[in-house]
Design a protein around this ligand. Sequence first.
Ligand code: H79
Length: 443
Amino acid sequence: MLRLNNSILSCFLLFVATSCLAAEKGYSKADPEALKHWQDMRFGMFIHWGPVSLTGHEIGWSRGRQTPIDKYDQLYKQFNPTEFNADQWVRIAAEAGMKYIVITSKHHDGFSLWPSQYTDYNIANTPFKRDVLRELAQACEKYNVMFCTYYSVCDWYHPDYPLGSPAGKSKKTKHNMPRYFEYIKNQTKELIDNYGPLGLMWLDGEWEKPWTREYGNELYAFLKQVQPTLVINNRVSKGRRGMAGITKQPHLNAGDFDTPEQEIGGFNRDRPWETNMTICQQWAWKPNDKMKSLKECIQILLHTVGGDGNMLFNVGPMPNGQIEPRQVERLKEMGDWLKKYGNTVYGTRGGPFKPGKWGASTCKDNKIHLFIMNWPKEGPLQLPALSMKITDVAVKTGGTLKVNRTKEMIELNVPKDNRDPIATVIELTVDGKAFEIQPVKRN
Ligand code: H79
């Protein structure tokens, strides 16, 4: 009996010890200040670009599919985006209200958008020759935009990486994953040394078999050592579930934030997250790609920040180096909206009313911002009562506001003509810190 108890006890102690060890190893230990700084930004620009843009096909899965591998790998010899202007790109981002940019330094196709000393398959060997990342990093400094890099840990081009095309359809006979891992460390360090300090290192391609949790956690620790303030997404390691992008066992898998892809993340204040989404359908440029309306763009942004997430909104510049004028126009419209209502987005937290079909909310200090996007067919919008006293109510998008408060409900109504087709913005003032209110859900 005693012996049994002992073995149960030692099992338990072993469990506690390994859990502590995992915690001590520092998985997901982001620098709190750097993490908050990035979260407060709420809105960033994702940029997918490279020689693949010449074909109009997708950067993430056209090598060995739409374009035969040997042809794909020669594209860089024609990559000459003479109209590229880093200043213009960063100004477009800044005027859209975006506070950071994340550019594909290297995607799954293995091409390096900077003159890396570790491979010849890079921008210096294109007819263009210029260091795109250097120019962008400098422009970011000028416009006070945080410069960040995307980097794919899968690399179908590199001879040491075992796989050669999407879904492992082609494989390499001579591969050397440990040596390829050194290549990753060298390149990511080179990015930090040359263009850092970086805001984020946005890794991707981690779902492929050759990438292991061990590699991921080691890369995380390595990068934090090179730049302690670096914020790293969850795709550095394993454990991400589907396109919803949530890491299943964050105590085992490194990463500072979750990454829902092409969908809006669910309300979550416990773990930072960032939705990544395209302005059109494709990540890389595609001619005549279907573009989202302004209403969709703003509503996606508001549902995201309302769930306490960031939004990384993607453009795929054209092979000549320009961002499509219609996309620039759309981004400018988003910026115009944010010029008016940016205080309801930047530096806020999601809630306390959880997002739903009706709309979303954010809060900061003693203010709650409601974004009403769908009114009931008849009568006022009813929201559940809060655990804090509301001292003032105002409609920011114009018109009159009728408020009725009961014990269970806050009823709000704005005349139909005064409702904003994108979002009617209402500000509630409470007599305390709005973030401390227990989040509530409208049924
Ligand atoms: O860079 C953009 C895309 O090119 C890249 N990620 C964004 C940010 C990307 N590459 N492939 N994919 C996205 C789609 C891959 C989907 C899947 Fe899966 C990989 C389906 C199954 C394995 C995602 C990861 C869902 C489950 C695991």
